[in-house]
Design a protein around this ligand. Structure first.
Ligand code: PLP
Length: 421
């Protein structure tokens, strides 16, 4: 770490000393020597920009007039009736490019321009972050290369075409499990080689410092808007805020402004794939251990030898064996509650959101809906008022959902409604 301090460090909620870039013992900057200069430059640039009224005004203008913010907060009465709770949806699916990803990307792309770098690179899982990055690259006239696992390219063909239309080069990654983890490795390799000209636009609240903090601050707009909207439309504060967790950016953005308000429960829903303990899940905080992955210390799915295990989820956006360090910290202090939703729960949530609300959700937030429908009332009690972050829309997932449902009789059952039988 670059920062040193002479005075006694402050303590965080877990009683751990607070160090820059750390959340308790999680976080930090575990990178090759060749990147530490770029990370220091980035930390300084972000620090200056995030205190510069001109930068913040430009960001605010882009969010509103290009990105479509604020996104609505909507009381989903039919879904709520089925869950037995009062359910509000924060409609990030209505933001430009169809998810919360643009919040992060516009901020980092503006910063890239300020740093005078002409090129962006990014990793992408479901393709949403790649599309958002390609969008911002077009908007600011930057070159753009996106690394995407070959398996994810197959699952998310539409997003590959979208990125290409936006002028980005898409590089399919054939190594490892050919998914997000492997795409991140390739992007890191590119960054080491081209660091003078290139900003690596990490797509979630993960990676080495300053990314987890910077991405949280850029996504925090979600919870800031939630607070104002909920107070005006419902009154007071919600009992719980619920979001799906992949790397953790939409969840930390949904949680950030509530962390200091302990009456508001913060619930992160991870992808449990075929079930916790099945060996085919992405429920990092339920099943993982402390380890360093992709530049920071967090909780990671690893075997006894410390080898990173392949993650499994029906959703390419949650199919990641790590999680951002701030979530590891929130889990370790108990401030955040992390639960799992299986592939089948997600398909159930997907189907019911379509049928009850006229909203085709992305498979990622469909995990949160599925958990809420199956466990919400028991977990939160009757009459709880909850905000669920609808992190993205599901157009990208329609083909894959139909394909999977057609293949698997067990999954198909989740698709059958009462009227079919
Ligand atoms: C990428 C994505 C996610 C998962 O990423 P986080 O960083 O955990 O938010 C969730 N929902 C949608 C719609 C996404 O595109």
């Amino acid at each position: 770490m670059s920062s040193t301090t002479t005075s006694a460090p402050e303590r965080d909620a877990a009683g751990e000393p607070q160090r820059e870039g750390y959340f308790g013992r999680f976080g930090g900057q575990f990178v090759p020597e060749s990147l530490s200069g770029a990370l220091t430059e980035l930390t300084d640039a972000w620090h200056t920009a995030s205190h510069d009224p001109a930068f913040l005004a430009e960001l605010d203008d882009l969010r509103r007039n290009y990105g479509g913010r604020p996104t609505p907060l909507y009381r989903a009465d039919r879904l709520g009736a089925e869950a037995g709770l009062e359910v509000w949806l924060k409609r990030e699916d209505l933001a430009h490019t169809g998810s919360h990803k643009l919040n992060n990307v516009v901020g980092q792309a503006l910063l890239t321009k300020r740093m005078g770098k002409p090129r962006l690179i990014a990793e992408t899982g479901a393709g949403q972050h790649g599309v958002a990055t390609a969008t911002a690259a077009a908007l600011f006239g930057l070159e753009c290369t996106v690394y995407m696992g070959a398996e994810d390219c197959r699952r998310q063909r539409l997003n590959v075409v979208r990125m290409q239309l936006l002028g980005a080069e898409v590089v399919p990654v054939e190594s490892g499990t050919r998914t997000l983890k492997d795409a991140i490795n390739e992007a890191m390799r590119d960054w080491v080689t081209n660091v003078e000209t290139t900003h690596y636009l990490i797509g979630s609240a993960m990676g080495p410092h300053p990314f987890p903090t910077m991405v949280r601050e850029l996504q925090k707009v979600i919870s800031i808007e939630m607070r104002t909207q909920f107070a005006a439309q419902a009154g007071g504060s919600p009992d719980a805020v619920i979001a799906c967790v992949g790397g953790g950016s939409n969840a930390i953005g949904s949680f950030a402004d509530w962390i200091d308000e302990p009456a508001v429960r913060l619930i992160g829903v991870e992808a449990a794939g075929e079930g916790i303990g099945s060996g085919r899940s992405a429920a990092t905080l339920s099943e993982g251990r402390e380890a360093v992955l992709h530049g920071s210390r967090s909780i990671v799915l690893v075997d006894d030898e410390g080898q990173v295990l392949p993650a499994h989820s029906i959703s390419a956006g949650l199919d990641y064996p790590g999680v951002g360090p701030e979530h590891a910290w929130l889990a370790s202090t108990g401030r955040g509650e992390y639960v799992g939703a299986t592939d089948e729960d997600a398909l159930h949530g997907f189907r019911r959101t379509c049928e009850l609300e006229g909203i085709i959700p992305a498979l990622e937030p469909a995990h949160a809906v599925g958990w809420l429908l199956r466990h919400g009332r028991e977990h939160l009690g009757e009459d709880a008022r909850v905000i669920l972050n609808m992190s993205g829309r599901g157009d990208k997932d329609v083909d894959e959902v139909v394909r999977v449902a057609g293949w698997d009789v067990g999954v198909e059952r989740a698709f059958r409604t009462e009227s079919d039988s």
